[in-house]
Ligand binder design. Structure first.
Ligand SMILES: *Cc1c(COP(=O)(O)O)cnc(C)c1O
Length: 408
């Protein structure tokens, strides 16, 4: 039997049914009308943000990376909870605007920004994290034409990466950001233009569970920011320290020690060089804020055996849960936390694989894991579904269409 990932805290059984915020999976599906369904919990998100706020220095602003989950009701809820939003496309700009987020709280990073996207962002007053000198020139030309002063920051491709991170976004040749040694020229270009200089954005990686690695990366990030400011001789109005806070998805993964990270950052903030003394610092997190607060519910439509193996065939699948199927940035497929929601807490009775309804062998939500006996009609829960579920899965594959989503 293959192990399953650890079920996040905050879930319980009510009469044998998985409960989220005191509401059973069956009743939630009843309210939504159908499966598959993503359920996101306000209570669980709020608890995570409260823990993070108390762990981090007060000076540190907390931004939400919209690409983790851009469900409208969730964004509206986040707007009251976080200090800023990081977007990566014109589409996400429209989504945050629709959720009522004010433009001065938004920054826009990402390679390949088209002129129309830059124009919409500049016209709205969003901060643009520039990914190249050419992009800086395009942004300045567009702002000139609009007769406005754009808010410009520089995204740095740092000369280090986040150790142990699931997705490396810095260190060596990268399509993201501007190589550190080329950054001073871009800063000078911005500072002598009529643009509003908004500082640096330094993002070194994602999904790290090792606090020591994150502490080291943040220290290197602060050093790099200070060195770049020093080279140009300008103060940094703002500095986005990136993120990379991971969550436990797989067997053996342990919770990240955010308290240790916060106290190390507090010490760094107490010893900043002069050009960084007045800097507004932020981190940008996606999955850590919302990932464990979401559950994906799908119903078993068939139970079959093949060559002695049990397959529980559901009405969901990788078209909503690409990451749980092991096809979104993982090298070796391992099981997410998955449970039979209708028999939550019941003892393991058999080995079974939970598969989706797509006609591809990639569509597997749990591989040869131990479950209570699952029957047709039972609900299956995939945990850690609050981030990179709906927003990062090919919902149109095989004409299936999106899952329902619900914020409770
Ligand atoms: C994806 C991304 C994030 C969010 O990453 P998480 O692992 O979800 O926290 C933050 N910043 C940038 C620049 C990103 O590309």
């Amino acid at each position: 039997m293959r192990p399953l990932g650890p079920i996040p805290d905050g879930f319980e059984a009510i009469d044998g049914d998985l409960a989220i915020d005191g509401r059973t999976a069956n009743s939630l599906v009843g309210d939504a009308g159908d499966t598959p369904l993503f359920v996101y919990s306000r209570t669980l998100i709020a608890a995570r943000i409260a823990r993070l706020r108390s762990a981090m220095p007060q000076r540190l602003a907390i931004h939400y990376a919209v690409k983790a989950n851009s469900y409208g009701a969730l964004l509206e809820f986040m707007a009251a909870k976080v200090d800023g939003f990081d977007i990566a496309s014109g589409g996400e700009l429209a989504i945050v605007a629709a959720a009522g987020v004010s433009a001065e709280k938004v920054s826009f990073a990402g390679p390949g920004k088209r002129d129309a996207e830059l124009e919409a962002a500049i016209a709205a007053g969003v901060t643009i994290n520039l990914e190249s000198l050419a992009e800086a020139h395009r942004a300045l030309a567009i702002a000139e034409r609009l007769g406005t002063a754009p808010r410009l920051a520089v995204r740095v491709n740092p000369d280090f990466d986040l150790k142990g991170s699931g997705m490396k976004m810095g260190g060596g040749a990268k399509p993201f950001g501007i190589d550190a040694e080329k950054v001073p020229e871009v800063i000078r270009t911005i500072v002598k233009s009529r643009a509003e200089w908004r500082g640096l954005h330094i993002f070194a990686g994602s999904q790290a569970l090792d606090a020591v690695a994150i502490i080291a990366t943040q220290a290197q990030t602060l050093e790099l920011a200070a060195r770049l400011a020093d080279q140009v001789g300008v103060a940094l109005p703002a500095c986005n320290l990136g993120g990379g806070f991971g969550i436990p998805y797989f067997p053996g993964d342990a919770d990240l020690d955010v308290e240790a990270i916060g106290s190390a950052l507090g010490e760094s903030f107490a010893a900043l060089p002069p050009l960084l003394e007045g800097t507004e610092f932020c981190i940008e997190l996606g999955r850590w804020l919302v990932g464990p607060a979401g559950v994906y519910l799908t119903r078993i439509v068939d139970r079959k055996e093949s060559h002695g193996e049990v397959f529980l065939v559901t009405d969901g699948g990788l078209h909503h849960q690409l990451a749980a199927s092991g096809n979104f940035g993982t090298v070796v497929r391992r099981n997410y936390p998955v449970a039979i929601a209708s028999r939550f807490g019941a003892p393991v009775a058999e080995e079974a694989s939970v598969v989706g309804c797509l006609c591809t062998p990639l569509d597997r939500l749990a591989d040869k894991a131990g479950f209570p006996r699952g029957e047709v009609g039972d609900l299956v829960a995939v945990f850690c579904a609050g981030a990179y579920g709906a927003s990062a899965s090919p919902a149109q594959f095989l004409g299936q269409g999106p899952a329902k989503e619900m914020l409770i």
